[in-house]
Design a binder for this molecule. Structure first.
Ligand code: NAD
Length: 361
């Protein structure tokens, strides 16, 4: 009997609807091959939701997402909504969606595709073969710790305060996601902290070490964040899976992602304790090219592959889709953002069609 999944689609704004259409067509083909039935339902988020309802995350959207097996999101935002107060802007909808679904783990892969090596700013021999997954804690740490604010001291001077705090249970739940992720990859997990200076990091390191006993098949190492930043640029191939807190993860995941050189290729996953996760490209809504059929749909398609792997446990289908993306690039197909001499320039729709042709072969 076919596996059946209910998928909520949030096309959002800008290039969102264009890349989402392509990703859905591709998923239908993968579903057919692997006997997976997708039931897609579309909902409003971001600017599109503001225009229709006045709210960046309508209650109906959160309900639909909660009741689905996974959420595939494209991108939100655009010039049109930039002057709204911050709680009514498209980005507020995204933050509320993450909070509403309890998404505490953010997974961002940085994988160099051999066909795009020259898009990286680093030397070929440094980046060739890089395949890293950064697991970032998303709902704790210094971005949420209290007290926070700008306070006045007794002398009348202002003092800005944020608090970096993690409880054992917060560390443990992100740790489990990271160990499970490493298990699905090469079985190597590097926990990044600043335990030489920060007490919060000492607790982090201690909990990660204790957790390792439950995952004997995963090799755990620890690294200070300053060294990790350096090692990512010096010898990125030493990393398989990295787990770290919110602030360090914010910075390191961008650095790791940029090893690959092209924003139109980068997917991400945000996961909670149970379904549904949210799967979305790293890039924004690219209003400068919206409606022109020039967007690269591959980050959206690779986000759909992450949905198959981490959201629906359909690893074989995810492998198949990722291999297809590699093959379509191998064939010379390129969108404008990854174009290089001698390659074939395609629009968003044509890139999707070229991929589907390969998947159907
Ligand atoms: P952006 O990622 O949208 O665009 C940056 C540059 O990369 C642009 O030149 C754009 O054309 C290009 N680009 C991005 N994705 C591409 C793709 N798939 N194919 C080809 N080219 C692509 O970032 P920005 O310009 O800083 O932000 C635009 C809007 O997106 C803003 O409103 C911002 O708030 C929003 N945004 C949303 C998200 C999200 O939905 N998660 C993330 C970042 C930015």
């Amino acid at each position: 009997m076919a596996n059946k999944y209910c998928i909520t689609l949030l096309p959002g704004d800008g290039i969102g609807p264009e890349i989402m259409t392509v990703a859905v067509d591709v998923l239908k083909v993968v579903g057919k091959k692997f006997d997976i039935q997708f039931e897609f339902q579309e909902a409003l988020l971001g600017g599109a939701a503001i225009d229709a309802t006045g709210e960046p995350l309508p209650a109906a959207t959160l309900d639909i997402c909660r009741n689905s097996d996974a959420v595939l999101l494209a991108a939100i935002g655009g010039y049109k909504w930039d002057s709204l107060p911050s709680h009514l802007r498209p980005e507020a909808g995204l933050l509320r969606l993450r909070a509403g679904l309890g998404l505490f783990a953010n997974l961002r892969p940085a994988k160099i595709l051999p066909q795009l090596i020259d898009a990286s700013t680093l030397k070929r021999e440094v980046v060739e073969g890089v395949d890293i997954m950064v697991v970032r804690e998303l709902t704790g740490g210094i971005y949420f710790g209290k007290p926070k604010g700008i306070f006045e001291t007794e002398t009348g001077e202002k003092r800005g305060v944020n608090t970096m705090a993690y409880t054992e249970s917060e560390i443990e739940r992100i740790g489990r996601v990271a160990f499970e992720t490493a298990r699905k990859r090469q079985g190597k997990l590097c926990s990044v902290d600043k335990a030489n200076v920060l007490e919060v990091s000492q607790l982090w390191r201690d909990r990660m070490t204790k957790l390792a006993a439950e995952y004997p098949d995963v090799e755990l190492t620890h690294m200070y964040v300053d060294n990790a930043a350096m090692q990512l640029l010096r010898a990125p191939k030493q990393f398989d899976t990295i787990v770290t807190g919110n602030l360090f993860g914010d910075i390191l995941s961008d650095a790791a992602a940029m090893l690959t050189g092209s924003i139109g290729m980068l997917p991400s996953a945000s996961l909670g304790a149970s379904r549904p996760g949210v799967f979305e490209p790293v890039h924004g809504s690219a209003p400068d090219i919206a409606g022109l059929d020039r967007a690269n749909p591959l980050a959206q398609i690779l986000s759909a592959a992450m949905m198959l792997r981490y959201g629906l446990n359909q690893s074989a289908a995810a492998d198949f889709l990722e291999k297809g993306v590699s093959q379509v690039l191998q064939s010379g197909a390129r969108t404008g953002d990854i174009m290089s001499p001698g390659m074939q320039l395609l629009g968003c729709r044509a890139m999707g069609e070229a991929l589907i042709k390969i998947l159907e072969e």
